[in-house]
Design a protein around this ligand. Structure first.
Ligand code: KG4
Ligand code: ZN
Length: 357
């Protein structure tokens, strides 16, 4: 079954055709980065306007690359939550119209669950397939969802059943990368810019503090929770305090050292919480997803953890894309699930917030 997947929750206008929930026939991502770069962040009005301008051509290209016309599509899946409302509505309404016009089964899916589905996808290549899809097939596993809007550690029991074990109590990890990069002018988007710059720096040049989330005698354990606002503040406002070696008079601070030290600590925060989740659940397979899963330091630090099997989607499937939407959409459609055509978009998903007594 060939499913068309449409993703427009933020600044990527994306569409893909995936066969049987696994085989990527096409995956088109039109990035709006150049339009937001001058503002060093995503401007919601620009994002929704660009989606409106581009969505038709992006879907057209996805069908062309898959070698099919609209009549070759057997189901339509789209992100309806969470994300920027104006952006979500563009993809959602396009998908609804497509499904209605061709009388196709239609399903609206959650962006976060879709990121966790991404490692199951494989690239269709002439003469065969490639990718890591089958490696990720055994439930349950631990999900590490790290993006610009979310930082969640969860137990994943099936494609649509996750239990949140921990989440950020303030900023998302990607947001911290973006804010630090914006402050120091490292480049946009911030995560990839810091990742690149950090390769030239000394990760030990600054020793930033790790958040202290757990106090003794608390009823609620925060052992799998995350916090990034403290690190962000330390790097942006209190940099000098955390310098390991005192600076010589007139000596400049190296941008690469700031990037490397920040990145090391950001990854350390994730690792600490993740290893607590491993201890608490006994699960030893970790499936990562979201834009920050492309981070080279996170990848290498996870790979060196003895006894842990880490599954990463290829970098092109870490960020927002339509293939993950088509893939997870297929699973719902196979089960017979359908979304009503009067369904609307939602900026937030309360179900993923951890509730405290
Ligand atoms: O999943 P995604 O494309 O969009 C959201 O759903 O948020 O993630 C975007 C986030 C941004 O914060 C971006 O800076 C971050 O992922 N990111 C990275 C890297 N590549 C993208 N963060 C760290 N290292 C990277 N290599
Ligand atoms: Zn995303």
């Amino acid at each position: 079954m060939k499913v068309l997947g449409i993703e427009s929750s933020c600044d990527e206008c994306a569409a893909a055709v995936v066969e049987d929930g696994r085989l990527i026939r096409s995956n088109v991502v039109a990035t709006q980065i150049p339009f937001h770069a001058q503002y060093q962040g995503v401007v919601p009005e620009i994002a929704s306007r660009k989606h409106t301008e581009w969505i038709y051509a992006v879907v057209r290209e996805a069908l062309d690359k898959a070698g099919i016309g609209p009549e070759g599509v057997e189901g339509v899946a789209v992100t309806s939550r969470p994300g920027l409302l104006g952006s979500l509505l563009v993809g959602l309404n396009f998908a609804k119209a497509f499904a209605w016009a061709r009388n196709l089964p239609f399903i609206a899916v959650d962006h976060i669950l879709a990121h966790l589905y991404a490692p199951r996808l494989v690239e269709a290549r002439p003469g065969g397939t490639s990718g890591s899809g089958s490696e990720a097939s055994d439930y349950p596993f631990l999900g590490l969802l790290v993006s610009g809007g979310h930082s969640i550690i969860c137990r994943v029991d099936s494609f649509d059943n996750i239990t949140v074990l921990g989440a950020t109590i303030d900023d998302a990890v990607g947001e911290a990368f973006d804010k630090v990069a914006k402050h120091y002018g490292f480049g946009y988007p911030g995560g990839a810019a810091i990742d690149k710059l950090a390769r030239l720096g000394d990760p030990g040049a600054f020793r930033f503090p790790l958040p202290k989330l757990s106090k003794e005698n608390r009823q609620v354990s925060h052992s799998c929770d995350l916090s990034y606002s403290g690190l962000k503040t330390a790097v942006i406002n209190q940099l000098d305090q955390f310098r390991v070696k005192k600076a010589e008079p007139g000596e400049d601070i190296s941008p690469a050292d700031i990037a490397a030290s920040f990145q090391k600590t950001a990854v350390e925060i994730l690792l600490r919480a993740l290893l607590n989740a491993v201890k608490e659940t006994g699960l030893t397979t970790v499936v990562a997803g979201g834009g920050v899963a492309a981070n080279s330091c996170l990848r290498s630090r996870l790979a060196e953890q003895a006894g842990l099997r880490c599954v990463f989607p290829p970098p092109e499937l870490c960020g927002d894309n339509g293939a993950m939407i088509a893939g997870i959409g297929y699973q719902y459609l196979c089960r017979g699930d359908r979304s009503p055509l009067n369904l609307t978009a939602s900026a937030r998903v309360t179900g993923f917030k951890r509730r405290y007594p």
